[in-house]
Ligand binder design. Structure first.
Ligand SMILES: Cc1cc2nc3c(=O)[nH]c(=O)nc-3n(C[C@H](O)[C@H](O)[C@H](O)COP(=O)(O)OP(=O)(O)OC[C@H]3O[C@@H](n4cnc5c(N)ncnc54)[C@H](O)[C@@H]3O)c2cc1C
Length: 489
């Protein structure tokens, strides 16, 4: 790394056990919280000199092992959370990579600018959003997050580089969805979306089974910016795949009752409840989930148009319950998300059939339609159907079932989402991500000695030049990870 002549402050390290949001597979890491780009550069230089592996960590919302590195240095970038520049005329903002989508929304929705893409939680950082090239309910229309990133500053082993879709496009797109393995995003410029209100105009309808749901989505998704279907994963027979479809657009000022127009851009979501302790594993079982699903399906209107909902209710319902990931019990849970291309609907049907017949109790099962892929070789979305579901760790049948689903998905030309993965076998990676070699070539150019490594990259053999792994000391104190995710709201 280049030095400016002064000795940069190197922040202290804490030895901690980290997991992802699914709370599985903890590993002991040296965690360093950085407060400035200079501190970040100093930590990267130090790791290079001492031949330690490094990975960045945001708010720890990836489900598996992407933001941890056993025996290595984990750089917590959530301190890089400033707005560096903002043009309120054009909606172009430059922010530190540790800024969360929540903070971005709190800062800019009241000024009439919404994030171009939001995942199902606001508690992800801009750096994490770029590293996973996240998608939202508008992918069928707007694509994924990195399509709205016009420039980013990347800390690499040879120093800081500025990249954009025009300047070093290979590195830009290798970083989009590159899971932090091409360098650490220090700050990014994002084009926001103009909105008139902080309210959504939502249409809801029920679909009686999977085919009915797919037909409705094919026929009318194009009329909406946002679309998502909640699926009853336990319904069987003619009801298999029954769904509640919610599609929405940003409400215009004239959609609001006159009394609400003066305050149309108010955005102040709150956490309504907290899961205070980890309940025993097994709370979410086929019986409780089937009862919940029945209730949820029946509670939904058969068809309702134009309901006004807050952004938080429509986009981030789970953020209203603090630490909801504890609900799955001490063993944690796996989220499985895959996409199969249009034309491979039989694979989707096959997966849902196996879930319902195997009584696999997923609390939240969600189906979306993706539009065309962006140029990122490791970016997850490709045009097709994406299904995500959660399964508690524990039942012996879960592992073999998911292994079988991997084969079905790969055989159909699909892939699983690395930001959610914690258990894929490496053999299938190249089938699922056929442009892996192209991505590796770019990564090797920017990181020839293999500085950036994560548990995910080691498990899947993602990088071709991994550093030797240091024997990891056990984390001091509690053996169970205590602070997997940053506190939010
Ligand atoms: C409830 C919930 C709903 C979700 N819904 C969606 C969804 O709808 N769509 C979707 O796409 N995803 C979704 N996700 C996944 C989430 O958006 C991604 O995993 C995202 O990457 C998490 O961001 P983070 O800041 O928590 O990053 P972390 O989980 O801390 O890290 C994720 C990856 O990003 C890398 N990284 C983090 N910061 C940087 C940086 N500054 N520079 C380089 N690399 C970095 C890490 O090394 C790691 O590989 C959801 C997750 C949860 C918990």
């Amino acid at each position: 790394m280049k030095s400016n002549g002064t000795t940069p402050h190197v922040p202290p390290r804490a030895h901690r056990a980290l997991t992802g949001w699914g709370r599985t597979a903890p590993s002991a890491c040296d965690v360093t919280e950085v407060r400035s780009g200079e501190e970040l550069d100093a930590v990267v230089s130090g790791a290079l000199r001492s031949k330690r592996s490094v990975v960045a960590r945001g708010l720890g919302r990836s489900y598996g092992d992407a933001a941890q590195c056993a025996g290595g240095v984990v750089i917590d970038i959530t301190g890089l959370d400033s707005v560096l520049d903002a043009d309120l005329e054009t909606g172009v903002v430059r922010v530190g990579a540790g800024m969360s989508i929540d903070a971005l929304m709190r800062a800019f929705v009241p000024r009439g600018w919404f994030v171009p893409v939001t995942p199902g939680t606001r508690h992800v950082t801009v750096g994490g959003a770029i590293a996973a090239d996240i998608h939202g309910k508008n992918h069928h229309r707007d694509g994924s997050f990195c399509s709205y990133v016009t420039r980013l500053s990347l800390a690499t082993p040879s120093g800081r580089v500025e990249v954009s879709p025009e300047h070093d496009p290979e590195l830009f797109w290798a970083t989009a969805g590159g899971m932090g393995l091409t360098g650490i995003v220090v700050d990014a410029t994002v084009q926001m979306l103009r909105v008139e209100t902080a309210t959504m105009r939502v249409d809801t309808e029920r679909a009686r089974n999977l085919d009915d749901c797919l037909t409705r989505m094919i026929e009318r998704d194009g009329e909406y910016r946002y679309s998502v279907a909640w699926i009853d994963c336990l319904a069987r027979g003619p009801k298999m795949g029954r769904a509640v479809l919610t599609r929405a657009d940003h409400a215009r000022l004239e959609d609001l009752p006159p009394a609400r127009r003066a305050d149309a851009l108010r955005f102040d979501p709150v956490v309504r409840a907290q899961v205070p302790v980890t309940p025993p594993s097994g709370l979410l079982n086929p019986m409780t989930v089937a009862a919940f699903n029945e209730l949820w399906f029946r509670k939904a209107p058969r068809s309702r148009a134009g309901q006004l909902q807050t952004m938080a209710t429509y986009f981030h319902p789970l953020d209203g319950i603090g630490s909801w990931n504890r609900m799955y019990g001490a063993r944690g849970f796996v989220q499985y998300q895959f996409v199969v291309p249009f034309g491979a609907e039989d694979a989707l049907r096959d997966v849902l059939t196996r879930l319902s017949q195997g009584r696999m109790a997923s609390f939240v099962t969600v189906l979306k339609r993706f539009g065309p892929a962006d140029p990122g070789p490791l970016s997850f979305p490709v045009a097709g159907w994406t299904l995500a579901f959660d399964l508690p760790v524990g039942p012996l049948s879960t592992g073999p079932l998911l292994d079988a689903l991997d084969e079905t998905v790969a055989g159909a030309g699909g892939r699983v989402y690395l930001a959610k993965d914690s258990r894929l076998r490496p053999e299938l990676l190249e089938t699922m991500y056929p442009r892996l070699a192209e991505w590796r070539a770019t990564r090797d150019r920017v990181d020839p000695t293999g500085l950036f490594v994560s548990d995910l990259s080691r498990r899947l053999g993602l990088v071709s030049t991994p550093r030797p792994r240091r024997a990891s000391r056990p984390a001091r104190g509690r053996t169970k990870p205590e602070a997997q995710e940053k506190a939010t709201s």
